[in-house]
Write a protein that binds this ligand. Structure first.
Ligand code: MG
Length: 354
């Protein structure tokens, strides 16, 4: 099977309501869909989606990167995934979301060619993945009301955004714990703290059974994260600090995290995500599969990966709940709240209208 065509399309999706985190406010998402065609009539679909303040990429840079990748892809076999990633890395560093868009389309093609749903192609046997739901920064009472609604709806895992204002964060967790007494809570500070403020907040969070603290410090402060982790009873998760397998290697050697939040858009897709997960697992570090503002295509790909590797202890695959991608996506997975139930059709199992 040889690649005969590569197409990319930019789609703007607006959110039902703005999403606030310590790094900024997000009220719409630009998504780049990629379609890879082959001489055997199979078509693979991928997606790139990344806010510039997290990854440094924009939809325009993703489109430009896909153009740069075309000479590498055209004529190649989709099964040459390792060689294609090597060649992509040789022409552009980083650009994880652009590489992800290509990578997902290639995995979609490989699994379709094997006539297997992607989770089975990757070696898994289950097609059901539980996701958490994220609560953005807002008025603490409103955040608590949202927590009560979500747990009443059936979510068992909630991820709480923090890192802008310590007093507000304290009040939020107190009210949320009261409103959702049995929920498993994770807090994500999105790089908002220092070592000192992280330790203060961790001491406070300990009384509310917070199950994990994600990215307390700026992404570059691995030493600081190791110090926080050494002094914390709450498990520490690395997110913005880990884009690549090399980042993961550095984090586990520094003993800086209990869990690594892998996102397909940070690392360049499933091929590198598998590498990061293997590095983490070999160091007795668990993983979570997180997401950017992704449509049901990339969310489905992430869920296939989680379904195929038991080292993923959490899935934070909730972005598709916030926006309407029905104009672009004809069919995807079923959502039996809080479970994503993957389609048994070959590949990622998502059909695009493009
Ligand atoms: Mg995060």
């Amino acid at each position: 099977m040889r690649i005969t065509g590569v197409k990319a399309e930019l789609v703007a999706v607006s959110l039902a309501k703005p999403f606030v985190i310590s790094l900024g406010v997000i009220d719409s998402a630009d998504i780049v869909f990629v379609k890879i065609e082959t001489d055997e009539g199979l078509t693979g679909y991928g997606e790139g989606s990344a806010p510039a303040f997290v990854s440094g990429e924009t939809s325009e840079s993703i489109l430009a990167a896909v153009e740069l990748a075309k000479p590498i892809l055209l004529g190649a076999s989709p099964f040459a995934i390792a060689e294609i990633h090597r060649a992509l890395d040789a022409v552009m560093v980083r650009n994880g979301s652009a590489k992800c868009a290509i990578d997902l389309a290639l995995y979609d093609l490989m699994a379709k060619s094997a006539d297997l749903p992607l989770y089975a192609y990757l070696g898994g046997t289950v097609n059901r993945v539980e996701t958490d739901m994220t609560i953005g920064i807002g008025e603490p009472a409103a955040m608590a009301a949202t927590a009560a609604e979500l747990t009443a709806a059936g979510y068992r895992e909630l991820k709480i955004k923090a890192g802008s204002d310590e007093e507000q964060d304290r009040e939020a967790i107190r009210l949320i714990r009261a409103a959702a007494p049995s929920a498993h809570l994770k807090v994500d500070a999105n790089q908002g703290w220092t070592v000192a403020s992280a330790l203060r907040m961790l001491a406070y969070y300990a009384q509310f059974s917070v199950g994990a603290l994600e990215q307390p410090l700026p992404y570059w402060d691995i030493d600081g994260m190791a110090e926080v982790r050494a002094r914390s009873t709450i498990p520490i998760m690395a997110d913005e600090s880990c884009f690549t397998p090399q980042d993961a290697s550095r984090i586990v050697r520094a003993r800086a995290a209990d869990t690594i939040n892998i996102k397909l858009m940070k690392c360049g897709g499933i091929f590198r995500a598998l590498e990061i997960n293997a590095i983490a697992e070999a160091a007795n570090v668990t993983t979570m599969l997180g997401c950017m503002l992704e449509s049901r295509l990339a969310i489905a790909a992430g869920a296939h990966l989680v379904a195929a590797r038991r080292n993923f202890v959490f899935a934070d695959l909730d972005s598709f709940r916030d926006f309407d991608d029905s104009a672009q996506i004809k069919s995807a997975f079923d959502f039996e709240l809080p479970d994503i139930v993957l389609s048994q059709t070959p590949g990622i199992g998502v059909e695009l209208a493009f």
